[in-house]
Design a protein around this ligand. Structure first.
Ligand SMILES: NC(=O)c1ccc[n+]([C@@H]2O[C@H](COP(=O)([O-])OP(=O)(O)OC[C@H]3O[C@@H](n4cnc5c(N)ncnc54)[C@H](OP(=O)(O)O)[C@@H]3O)[C@@H](O)[C@H]2O)c1
Length: 271
């Protein structure tokens, strides 16, 4: 049975926080258990809050069971003094702030003991995200269950054994949607270079990425390599393209270099 915290405060209902709140309500979290602190709610979020009877910017009567931080990382220093009293010893603090380590969070929320750091990605907004999280040793089994319910409501969810792995996750699934969009753009450019009109080029590229993603989702037990082989006749047209893509300095080398650059940047930005 899904475990929900009895009292949950969400700080920041922007793109990610707003999508999370929406996903939690859809997954069955009781609106009465959720308080949201957001100084500048979007019209869409304000109307969701009104229609579901959410406590938006209501006074919070003491520390909740769980405090979820979804403000911009650069806002943390300003926000922390306003919320430090809500992060009591028994409160689970879950942060999705890129680059903010457990040590950074503890330094700003001095009473907090149980902290979890998570990295979601933008498809979370349609319930198709991938999130990985690291739990500090003080997080209890029950608190882990809350994280699994809340983060699992946005798509796939995985625990990490060490905090440093968050930088690698940031480089793969955190930024991954952008890489897939860049691949779509590149495919459209290639289509134009082959003489196709721009609109058709983009439609072909988009449709191919959308359909291939959906096919991979449905054929869960078939590996991506097997799906690739299924559309590659020996000596055929796809094989000719793959000889270029998979050659030296090709797609795999590029992706390894790109992810390494993102991972190094994530480590640099931690603070
Ligand atoms: N978007 C992604 O792909 C992604 C992926 C993984 C992790 N993250 C992390 O998710 C976090 C949120 O990103 P986002 O894209 O959702 O940013 P966002 O849309 O800017 O949302 C942050 C929200 O927090 C609000 N806020 C600022 N000060 C506050 C305060 N004192 N109390 C309560 N709320 C306050 C902001 O309001 P104002 O607009 O008035 O400042 C804004 O609505 C970031 O830390 C980011 O690192 C994002």
């Amino acid at each position: 049975m899904t475990q929900w915290p009895a009292r949950l405060v969400l700080v920041g209902a922007g793109k990610m926080g707003g999508a999370m709140a929406h996903g939690w309500l859809e997954a069955g979290l009781a609106a009465s258990s959720l308080t949201i602190l957001e100084p500048d709610p979007s019209p869409e979020f304000a109307s969701l809050a009104a229609s579901r009877g959410l406590a938006l910017n209501a006074r919070v009567g003491g520390p909740p069971d769980m405090l979820v931080l979804a403000v911009k990382p650069q806002s943390l220093d300003g926000v922390a003094p306003q919320i430090a009293a809500l992060a009591a010893e028994r409160t689970l603090v879950l942060s999705i702030l890129a680059g903010k380590t457990i040590a950074n969070l503890k330094a700003r929320l001095p009473q907090a003991r149980a902290l979890v750091r998570a990295m979601p990605n933008t498809p979370a907004s349609i319930g198709r995200g991938v999130t990985a999280a690291f739990a500090h040793a003080a997080v209890s089994g029950e608190q882990r269950g809350w994280c699994e319910a809340l983060l699992g409501a946005m798509g796939a969810f995985y625990w990490l054994a060490d905090e440093d792995a968050i930088d690698a996750v940031t480089a793969i699934s955190g930024g991954g949607p952008a890489y897939v969009f860049a691949l779509t753009e590149a495919l459209a450019v290639a289509a134009e270079r082959l003489g196709l009109p721009a609109e058709l080029a983009m439609n072909l590229a988009r449709g191919t990425v959308e359909g291939s993603g959906e096919l991979m989702r449905r054929e869960r037990t078939t590996s991506p390599a097997a799906l690739r082989r299924n559309v590659t006749s020996p000596g055929g047209t796809t094989a000719a393209a793959l000889a270029v893509l998979q050659g030296a300095g090709g797609l795999e080398d590029l992706m390894v270099r790109a992810a390494a650059a993102a991972c190094a940047r994530a480590a640099q930005m931690a603070g």
